[in-house]
Design a protein around this ligand. Sequence first.
Ligand SMILES: [Zn+2]
Ligand SMILES: [Zn+2]
Length: 137
Amino acid sequence: MKRSEQILRQHKVKVTPQRLAVYGVFNNGKCHLSAEEIFQKVKAQVPAISLGTVYAILENFTSKHLLNEIKIDFSRSLYERTDEDHHHFLCRLCRKVLDVEMPRCPVLDRKSVQGHAIENFQGYFYGVCKDCSSKKR
Ligand SMILES: [Zn+2]
Ligand SMILES: [Zn+2]
C-alpha cells in the first residue's frame, strides 16, 4: 500500500482511499480492465463508491499518465498501467485483448513525425488469436 501512495504522489495525484483502491486493482500484474470491471473490484473494498467516481478517477489517472486507456475495442475502453510500452491485439472471435511485443518503431526515436511532436504511440492489431485459429482446425 505504501508503494502505491508514493506512485500516486510522484504523478501529482492527491491520495484518497478511493484513488488508492482503484490503483490497487492493477496490483496483481498485467491486466486490461474495463471501467465496469474496475468498479466491481473496487466496490468490494470501498462499498460507497459509484461508477461515476470510478470514471472520474480513471480520467484523472489517464491524464496524469498513471494508466493508459486502450481504445482497441470500440465497445469498451480498457485500462492498464503505463509501466511498459507494448501494442495490443484484439481477437474478433473471442474479443480477448492481448499484449504484443514488437520491435520499437524507428520513427519514435526521432520524437517527431513531419514536424509534429510525438508524445505517445499505440499500435492496434485486429485478427484471430492463436487459440481461436487452432480451435477452428
Ligand atoms: Zn480468440
Ligand atoms: Zn497491454
